[in-house]
Design a protein around this ligand. Sequence first.
Ligand SMILES: [Zn+2]
Length: 248
Amino acid sequence: MRFTEAPAVARIDDAVLMFGGVSPDIGADDARELMALLASQRRGTDNPTLSALVNTSIGAPLSAPFEEGYELAEELLEELEMPGGATYIDIFAIVERLGISVITKNLRTATIRGVAIAGEGYGPAILLNMESSYNSTPAGRRFTLAHELFHILYDREHARRISHTSGPWAPPSIEKRANAFAAMLLMPRDLVHRSIPNNAIDVRGLFEACNLMKVGPSALLEHLYNTGVIDEIHREELRASLIPPANT
Ligand SMILES: [Zn+2]
């Protein structure tokens, strides 16, 4: 980020503030908003359930950020004994159980999807930026929550270091890993299999599975490809069918 544009944020050396977005360049208004948010979370603490799950030894992503994200999501689901018989992962319930506040705000910077706050002396919170088009659907908001949850659970130490540099706040591999985690958390393999009977993945089946799992079609499509359920040709076919036909 360019510190000159956000002098307030540059001062929060020890607080852990993690951005989810393409561009962390924020203006003074958003900087003030985030400082106020941090202040409101001060003197808070992790609840025991969250404390037991936080792992600061994960470190920077290694060669396979996707695999790391998947594995951590699967471990967490096992820990939480989910999904059980449910048709979707109730991410709002998970976050509530972990004592993480969810705050919706309209930041001016639309490229920020979410912001995660966590760390010593702070109550954990996730800000959903309603200005981001990504968060305009319930499925998008669920994905943002799952993504930010990753940062709260596993990226605290990392974020602290990142906030000391003047480079990008989150290297692409960190974001990739958090996205893979979010995808697997919301679309665990057994749930995918249950949602798509007989593996009949045509465009209708795709949308039915999306409705069941409460995820977006693009997210599900990429996840099916990344987990080897469909091949590249199949993905391209389905991608094409997601695009509305052009007006002729
Ligand atoms: Zn992120």
